[in-house]
Design a protein around this ligand. Sequence first.
Ligand code: GLU
Length: 311
Amino acid sequence: MQDLLTEIAEVAAENPDKGEVANYIPELAGIDPGQFGMAIALADGSVFSAGDADVPFSIQSVSKIFALTLALGRVGDQIWRRVGREPSGLAFDSILLLERENGIPRNPFINAGALVTTDTYLAGSSPREALGELVRFVRAAADDDDIHINEKVARSEIASGHRNFSLAHYLASHGNMYSSVDKVLGTYCHQCAVEMTCRQLALAGRFLIDADSMPALVSVERRRRINALMMTCGHYDGSGDFAFRVGMPGKSGVGGGILVISPGRASIAVWSPGLNQYGNSKLGTEAMELLAQKTGWSVFGVPHVRTDGDV
Ligand code: GLU
């Protein structure tokens, strides 16, 4: 596994096309696109890493996995009255479907849906308490207390987040936003500004692996459902392409991080800040594709079953 990660990091380092760093959040615009890190936490407890795996980065939308988990913990299946479970086929911050579908976002991983999940785990708490709960959950999952919110990144996004504010106002106009828009946006932008290293993120993802040896933070059924949503909706309008190329559930963020789960086997984090046309890490996606090819870990790669029933 270590040789494979080292090889993947070398392939990434040699690729001259590193993608474009997200520039709509000013604080993220100046990040060096030449960075690449990857870490794998296996179900047997071993951890491997390569490249810049210990450099903290802004997890951005990868946080939507943790937010959804908290929201499900708060209200269970009631959440599905306020947000759907279908891929949107549109950009992460699109407002188009919200009008046609009466303020019910397609899924919890596009921005509109994530604002609903933030509003859900925020209900009845102050933003400080809700964010405290989120950070405590992530620290417990990673078994590491050195995980923090970058206040500068959060403020930078609050100051420039016109689209997210308009999505939230639109949701509010349909009665699908219970706390005030300012409170929800403040909490959402801080949630996105959590910083983690690849190693920490791979460890934090272990609760989704579905193996007895892993932290049991959610029920088996919930774990499977979160993985299903990651597979179908985790990469915005690039979700089909990611499933085609990698074949494992994953969630990306515009900071260039991706968390991928190999059910029963591993939690894998990759980070490279340059993005592809869908707003997902370019080298990160290519690295996951290479990993899937070399390991055969695509969930669609079941062994060929012969007609006599033998595998
Ligand atoms: N905080 C970012 C936004 O709402 C997250 C988007 C992403 O990571 O894909 O625009």
